[in-house]
Design a protein around this ligand. Structure first.
Ligand code: UDX
Length: 444
């Protein structure tokens, strides 16, 4: 099949590359010429494990090309995928201006029957608007289909090739057959719905996952008060098949480009229909507050934070990505900075992106390794659960260079047994504090 993908962000680029790997001829279009230049040089504008190799393989096979000219993509394509961003407006609603422009551009270039497949996350009713915009701008026949994307950053390639399900919102049999054919190599679990339900499935799924996270974070906060351990509680709950163990990891809350944006958008979608989504509003509020618990924990251990040096391990909103959108690290570092602390920050991949988020000052130091960040620090805070931080050897090796061996684990990555082999005072989320057995020589 000939496919054009409009938008080379996480969703567009990964989908395009994976469809090309399945043997389709794919052309990825982006109006940002610098991104296209990078891709044509086989440089990838985002960090996503496995993607670079897959791009190289399919470009060399002749299945994958990149262009900034939408006309080149649309003319040849049987299926045109819209995967442009829908960033939040100040009201929380999704900004649909990119989608609307792309719909117009596609219509102008249409030369025969096309299927326009929307992968961007869009409010209920948007695909009907896309249909109307295209109709106003072309006489060619076409169908609009909604196929929401559920991939996670950091495992986007794996998720695309191994989806739990494919949702196809479609009103035409001709388009339904083509889109089922396109997705058949990926899974047998293909659900065909009306377009509005497909749009809603995406928001409802993200809202539900965000709810699970805020729920377990509140349980963690209560565990701290009653002396229970949230990891044991989550494990016990998760074994109930009706609950499931996924997304019950307590920590400093969710971030990223989807959950914060999509929960706000769904609250707004409901609000537009005079429905107050009370539960989801609380989920968002719990999440916004959860990240600040780290600051409270530090204050309880260190007293005033003024003049104290705090090492930060992890800036990305989750591991295996360079994405820092809505990363809890931003507010945590800003708050530490306000409290007069000196910050030594390190992330394996997301440092450069993070630097552009935050105003530089002499109290924020960027380090080249996890070890360097801890040298001379009064405490370490783990904010992103990168694999390299979950290393007991690393943990043991850094304690002696610190002024105080305090470890605040925002993602609960270490066990009691791990900590006993160190000299750290270990504070985590929703679990009793622990102390290691190994004597430590602290630096002055
Ligand atoms: C999410 C959805 O999972 C995906 O289906 C959708 O397409 C896009 O949004 P993503 O944002 O890439 O994907 O990351 P995800 O792995 O879902 O994690 C989101 C956030 O929740 C991260 O900040 C993560 O650290 C946090 N999280 C996740 C928790 O705090 N606890 C958990 O148990 C799981």
């Amino acid at each position: 099949m000939n496919i054009a993908v409009i938008g080379t962000g996480y969703v567009g680029l990964v989908s395009g590359v994976c469809f090309s790997d399945l043997g389709n001829k794919v052309i990825c279009v982006d109006k940002d010429q610098s991104k296209i230049d990078m891709l044509n040089n086989m440089d990838v504008p985002i960090y996503e494990p496995g993607l670079k190799e897959l791009i190289k393989k399919n470009v060399e096979k002749g299945n994958l090309t990149f262009t900034s000219e939408i006309s080149k993509g649309v003319t040849e394509a049987d299926v045109i995928i819209i995967a442009v961003g829908t960033p939040p407006l100040p009201s929380g609603e999704a900004n649909l201006s990119f989608i609307e422009q792309v719909a117009k551009d596609i219509a102008t270039e249409m030369n025969t029957y096309k299927i326009v497949m929307t992968k961007s996350t869009v409010p209920v009713g948007t695909n009907e608007q896309i249909q109307q915009i295209i109709s106003r701008n072309t006489d060619q026949p076409f169908d609009v289909v909604s196929v929401p994307e559920f991939l996670r950053e950091g495992s986007a390639v794996h998720d695309t090739f191994n989806p739990d399900r494919i949702i196809i919102g479609v009103e035409s049999k001709q388009a339904e057959d083509v889109i089922i054919e396109l997705h058949k190599p990926l899974t047998e679990k293909i659900i065909v719905t009306d377009i509005r339900s497909a749009e809603m499935i995406k928001y409802a799924s993200n809202a539900f996952l965000a709810t699970k996270i805020s729920f377990i974070n509140e349980i963690a906060n209560i565990c701290e008060k009653v002396g229970a351990d949230v990891t044991k509680v989550a494990n016990g709950m998760g074994l109930d098949k009706r609950i499931g163990s996924a997304f019950l990891n307590a920590g400093i809350g969710y971030g990223g480009s989807c959950f914060p944006k999509d929960t706000q958008a769904l609250i707004q979608i409901a609000g537009n229909e005079d429905y107050e989504f009370k539960l989801l509003k609380s989920v968002v509020q719990v999440n916004n507050e959860q990240r600040y618990n780290i600051i409270e924990k530090l204050k309880q251990s260190l007293g005033s934070l003024s003049g104290q040096t705090i090492a930060i391990w992890g800036l990305a909103f989750k591991p295996d990505t360079d994405d820092v959108r809505d990363a809890p690290a931003k507010e945590i570092i800003e708050e530490l900075n306000k409290a007069g602390a000196h910050i030594k920050a390190y992330d394996p991949i997301a440092m450069e992106n993070f630097k552009s988020l935050i105003e530089a000052n002499e109290n924020i130091e960027w380090c080249v390794s996890a070890k360097e960040a801890t040298e001379g620090s009064h405490a370490v805070c783990l904010l992103t659960d990168w694999k390299e931080f979950k290393d007991l050897k690393l943990l043991k090796s850094v304690q002696n260079g610190m002024k105080q061996p305090i470890f605040v684990d925002g993602r609960n990555v270490f066990t009691k047994e791990d900590i006993q082999e160190t000299g750290f005072e270990y504070i985590s989320i929703g679990r009793p504090s622990m102390k290691g057995r190994i004597p430590v020589t602290v630096t002055q």
